[in-house]
Ligand binder design. Structure first.
Ligand SMILES: O=P(O)(O)OC[C@H]1O[C@](O)(CO)[C@@H](O)[C@@H]1O
Ligand SMILES: [Fe+2]
Length: 187
């Protein structure tokens, strides 16, 4: 696996143990996330090659196989587009009623949930926080801090990712900083 992206010591301890395993690493850049952010003018002033988050996934079984689990480590860079914090794309699971665990490793953020009726709620993500994401619930993580936000994830190998509806309709709430304060704008 790529060592370059693992900088926080706690992430490194976990990532080190992934060495030699079937790990896939990926980076999402601003250019991959144009539809996600609200302020298109602020977006166009930023470097499209700016990384927003990096993911290392450990796939011990084949994708879609039932009964297995996948494991992911994600690091979201600190940053904003206009007032809106860097975040993950967010998704539902294709196999709708499959659940997932997220847990905070380092940094500070918010985990945003949205159910199929577009009702949203959030949990604070901090070092050591544990989050259960029920089935039929979209999930997105937002880095509200000034350092890298690292978190772990574990989900069923047959869950799949459904990015489509979030790409099209977004979440019904956005997390922004205004006058130095964090606010949640519900749409
Ligand atoms: O898939 P997204 O929404 O880009 O978010 C990234 C994180 O979520 C996962 O897809 C797991 O839900 C992992 O790959 C990673 O931890
Ligand atoms: Fe997920």
């Amino acid at each position: 696996m790529r060592q370059g992206i693992i900088q926080s010591s706690k992430m490194f301890l976990v990532a080190n143990r992934l060495e030699g395993k079937k790990v896939e690493s990926s980076i999402r850049y601003l250019s991959d996330m144009e539809a996600v952010f609200m302020d298109k003018v602020a977006f166009s002033a930023l470097d499209p090659q700016q990384p927003v988050y990096e993911v290392d996934c450990y796939f011990p079984v084949a994708d879609n196989k039932s009964g297995g689990l996948f494991f992911g480590l994600t690091r979201i860079f600190p940053g904003k587009v206009g007032g809106e914090f860097f975040m993950t794309k967010g998704h539902f699971h294709s196999n709708n009623d499959t659940a997932e665990f997220y847990w905070g490793i380092k940094g500070k953020g918010l985990l945003l949930f949205m159910d199929k009726t577009r009702k949203v709620w959030a949990e604070e993500m901090t070092e050591g926080s544990v989050h259960y994401i029920p089935g039929n619930t979209a999930h997105r993580v937002i880095n509200t801090g000034v350092e890298m936000l690292s978190f772990g994830a574990c989900w069923p190998s047959d869950a799949g990712h459904d990015y489509g509806s979030i790409e099209k309709e977004g979440f019904s709430a956005r997390v922004v900083e205004k006058d130095g304060k964090l606010i949640i704008i519900e749409e």
